[in-house]
Design a protein around this ligand. Sequence first.
Ligand code: FMN
Length: 435
Amino acid sequence: MSDTTINSPLTLPCGATLKNRIAKGAMTEGLADPQNRATARHVRLYERWADGGSGMLLTGNVQVDRRYLERPGNVVIEGPQSNEQRAALAAYAEAGTRNGTHLWMQLSHAGRQTPAAVTQEPVAPSAIEVEMPGGQFGKPRALTGDEIEDIIQRFAHAAGIARETGFTGVQIHGAHGYLISEFLNPRVNQRTDEWGGSLENRARLLMETVKAVRARVGADFPISVKLNSSDFQKGGFSHQDSIQVAKWLDDAGLDLLEVSGGNYEQPVMMDTEGFEPVYEEKVRSSTRKREAYFLEYASDISKAVGKTPLMVTGGFRTIAAMNEALASGDTDVVGIARPLCVDAALPNKLLDGSVSEVRKWEKELRLGPTRIFGPNSPIDLIRGLNAWGVQGWYCLQIMRMGDGQNPDTRMSVFKALRSYMSNEQKAAKAMAKAA
Ligand SMILES: Cc1cc2nc3c(=O)[nH]c(=O)nc-3n(C[C@H](O)[C@H](O)[C@H](O)COP(=O)(O)O)c2cc1C
C-alpha cells in the first residue's frame, strides 16, 4: 500500500504532470454545430469543468470520419481545418485547460454503432449488425484494407490538430463497441486477412493507430487508450485478451491506459439497471463490493504492465474507495463521469474533503414506475427505453451547462427521453441540410 490519494500529482511517462488523480471520464456532448465544428457551448461547458478541480478532463468522443458518428452533434476533425475550425478548437482547448487542468481529446470512429439517423450503412470489421431491438443501427458493410489504412491516418491527423490547437493530450477510444473495439471483438471481427483472426491481428488496428498517433504528436505529448477489460460477452474480447493487449500497449509506450468494459449490446460500463447479461466472465462480486466496476480487472492489468499508469472509470462514488484503489496500486487515476453532469465542482469538493460520498443518481433514475422499468423488466424494449431515457437525462444536463444553465436534477426521465430524441432528430436533419 502506498500513501497516494486523490490529491497526489502524477507524472506520466511522457513527462507531463497531472495536478491530482481525478479525471473526468469522456462524455459525448452533442454540442457541435451542423457542420460538426466546436462551438461556444463547448467553451462554456469546459470552463465549468476546468474550474471544477479535475486534474484532467477527457472530451466526449471527437470523430475522425463524419460519415460514421456516434451521434449527430459530435465534433469531427477530418481533412484540412479552416482558420475558423482551428479557432473554435483553440477556444475549446483554452477553456478546458484553465487552472492548470489537462484537457485530452478522445478520438473515435463509431463503426457499426453509428445510429441509423446518421447512416443506414455503417462500417465494421465484418458485416455483422448490432443486436439491439428497434432498428436503431443499420446493417454494416465490411471495411476494405485500404479503408482501414485510411482510418489509421485519420486518427493521426486529428491527434496532430488536437496538439496544434492547444489540447494537452489525446485518447484513442478502443472501448465500448466502437470501431477499434469491434476489431478486437471476435464476434464482430470475422475477417480472414491481417486485420482479423488471431488476437495479434484483431489488435492491429489499435496498435497501428497508437504508432501513427505517436509519430504525429511526438514523444512528449500524452497518449491514452480506453480499453475494455472484457466485452463481457460469450465469444467476445475476453479479459485474457485485454491483459495481452495491455502488455503490447505498454511496450508501445503509452501514457495512460483507461480500463472500462462492455458495449451497446452489453452496457456494463454504466452498470445499467436491468441488464443482467450472460457474462462469459461475470463481473466479479469482489469488484462490486469495491464499488468501482472494473477494479479487479484493472488489478490484473496493472500486474501485467510495467510502465503505463492506469485509469479506472465506472462506479467510483466515495473518497474512501478512490483512495483505497489508488493506495493499492490497482489504479493510478480515478475516472468519474456521470456525477459531473450533476455537479461540475464535485472534484474540488472531494479534494478538500467537504464531500466524501457522491449521490448515486444511477440507482434512482427511472423512466417510470419501478415495477415496470426496474431491474427485472422482462421486455428488452422497455429496458432499452429506460436506459436511453436515463442516458438522455445526463446528456441534457451537459447541454444545459453548455447553454450556461445549471443542471436540473428534477427533470423527469420521461421528459428527458422525449427532449433528447427530438434534439437528436433535429441535429441529424440540420447536419443533413448542411452537408
Ligand atoms: C452522457 C454520457 C456520455 C458518455 N460518452 C462517452 C464517450 O463519449 N466516450 C467514452 O469513452 N465514454 C462515454 N461515456 C462513459 C463514461 O466515460 C464512463 O465510462 C461511464 O459513465 C462510467 O463512469 P461513471 O460511473 O463515473 O459515470 C458516457 C457516459 C455518459 C453518462
